[in-house]
Write a protein that binds this ligand. Structure first.
Ligand code: F0G
Length: 458
């Protein structure tokens, strides 16, 4: 008999969690104005809000924290971190930042100016925010297949090469750089193939444009290349990682995901002009160049985390758990963005709550139902998150309306996954009884999903 693939670690410390009653949850979610971000975490049983900063560190990482060097300038922990990053990516200049969006802020302060165009594949919200707040345009060139949740393709995170070439031709000098997000979070944690990176890189070089990888989940992307792309099965994750970055000029990184730490980020590049430009903004925004927003001990833990998470066993068991959730949902008939992504399952709410009109936010409705069912907290990646059109002030209903269920790294067991799936099945089985959603009673102009207040419609 073939042995099953078990976790590449065992558990040394645990954190108790408590399951609440339905009556308690109904009261709590009302108090939170039906916004899951507003719930105290103690009112959540299984937290799938995000995989960002929610992972468990290893004993080696905790040990590294004890030997972190807190020197203001020239910290040994910085050099350790820089050396690991250079080994994994080939980039020699490294600027630490307090998280991913801070890396974007520092680098884009140097690279993006009013009127610029930045093509990419489904820019993450903060990436888009840092482009748009500089009065530039984030142009989405993701392959069209990503919008059909039921299509089963290996690399749905890819850039549409034709669209990118058109953009480069049309916008010429206005294009400041191209950014490719690996994996593509917004499209469902879907990977980008090595072939696609190679093609994007070739185009960028042809047009004299720099290429940045938004690398929050680069190791998971490398895992998918190894397991899905021809020619990579026998290569190590570290070899694949090195090749992925060889096609780029630089990277922004949220270390809270594939860095296996709870806070942190960085910029890395081989371009001296980018490094010099970014340095000028790092010091006032983040801090001096050898800590830039991170404690010495946190840089030490990150150096270990990056090394651990670019090992095959760690990634294989992590992604297997996401795929386990996917296969249970297959069994129950619940539709989600196919195939299962690297960090999360994105349930296609518009295919589940077919009776709830889009004006009443089906994905948010599903998120609240799942919370009430079992205390499982997911996150709406849909019409509320999409904000209003800045000109017409109408809600934007053009994209997908998804419920994202993120799986934190090394945190939950397969039994927790079974609970998430069963809870969703229960909601799914009574989907036709759910006919009404929510109305917004209070919202902010930008990024409203964090603070929006809602009222159930009867
Ligand atoms: N890029 C991607 C692809 C991300 O997913 C995130 C964060 C960031 C950049 C920003 O990094 O949070 O460290 O400032 N994603 C989290 C999420 C918040 O829940 O998907 P950060």
């Amino acid at each position: 008999m073939e042995l099953p693939l078990a976790e590449a670690w065992k558990i040394k410390m645990v954190e108790p969690i408590r399951c609440s009653t339905r009556a308690e949850r109904e009261r709590w979610i009302e108090q939170a104005h039906y916004n899951l971000f507003q719930l105290p975490a103690d009112q959540v049983y299984i937290d799938c809000l995000t995989d960002s900063g929610t992972g468990a560190m290893s004993d080696r990482q905790w040990a590294a924290m004890m030997t972190g060097d807190e020197s203001y300038a020239g910290s040994r922990s910085f050099y350790e971190l820089r050396d690991v990053i250079t080994r994994l990516t080939g980039f020699k200049y490294v600027i630490p930042t307090h998280q991913g969006r801070a890396a974007e802020n520092v680098l884009f302060s140097h690279l993006v100016k009013e009127g610029d165009v930045v093509p990419g594949n489904s820019h993450f919200d903060t990436t888009k925010g840092h482009i748009e707040s500089r009065k530039a345009t984030a142009l989405d060139c993701t392959v069209a297949e990503a919008r059909d949740t039921q299509l089963e393709l290996p690399f749905k995170g890819n850039v549409d090469i034709k669209l990118l070439e058109e953009a480069l031709r049309k916008h010429g000098d206005r294009v400041s750089f191209v950014i490719v997000t690996i994996t593509n979070n917004t499209a469902g944690g879907q990977p980008v193939s090595m072939e696609n990176l190679r093609q994007v890189s070739r185009l960028c070089r042809g047009y004299g444009k720099g290429l940045i990888l938004d690398s929050a989940r680069f190791a998971e992307n490398a895992y998918f290349i190894k397991t899905r792309e021809e020619g990579y099965a026998d290569k190590s994750i570290k070899e694949i990682t090195r090749e992925m970055f060889s096609y780029a000029d630089g990277m922004t990184m949220s270390a809270k995901k594939d860095g296996l730490v709870n806070m942190g980020g960085f910029i890395a590049t081989n371009r001296e002009d980018w490094y010099e430009g970014a340095k000028r903004f790092c010091i006032p925004f983040e801090g001096y160049l050898t800590y830039g927003g991170m404690n010495g001990r946190d840089m030490a833990a990150l150096a270990v985390g990056l090394d651990e998470n670019t090992e095959y066993d760690n990634l294989a068991t992590r992604i297997r758990q996401v795929q386990l959730l996917g296969s249970l949902l297959d069994e129950y008939g619940v539709p989600y963005q196919r195939p299962a992504g690297g960090h999360a399952i994105f349930v296609d709410a518009s295919k589940v709550l077919t009776q709830v009109p889009k004006e009443e936010f089906p994905a948010q409705t599903l998120a609240v139902e799942l919370y009430k069912e079992a205390g499982v907290r997911g996150c709406e990646i849909g019409y509320i998150l999409a904000d209003r059109d800045p000109v017409t002030r109408e809600n934007r209903f053009g994209g997908l309306d998804l419920l994202r269920l993120c799986i934190p790294r090394r945190v939950y067991t397969d039994n927790h996954i079974a609970v998430i799936a069963a809870a969703l099945k229960n909601v799914f089985d009574r989907r036709n009884e759910i006919t009404r959603g929510y109305e917004i009673t209070w919202e902010t102009e930008l990024m409203r999903h964090f603070t929006v207040q809602l009222k159930p419609l009867q």
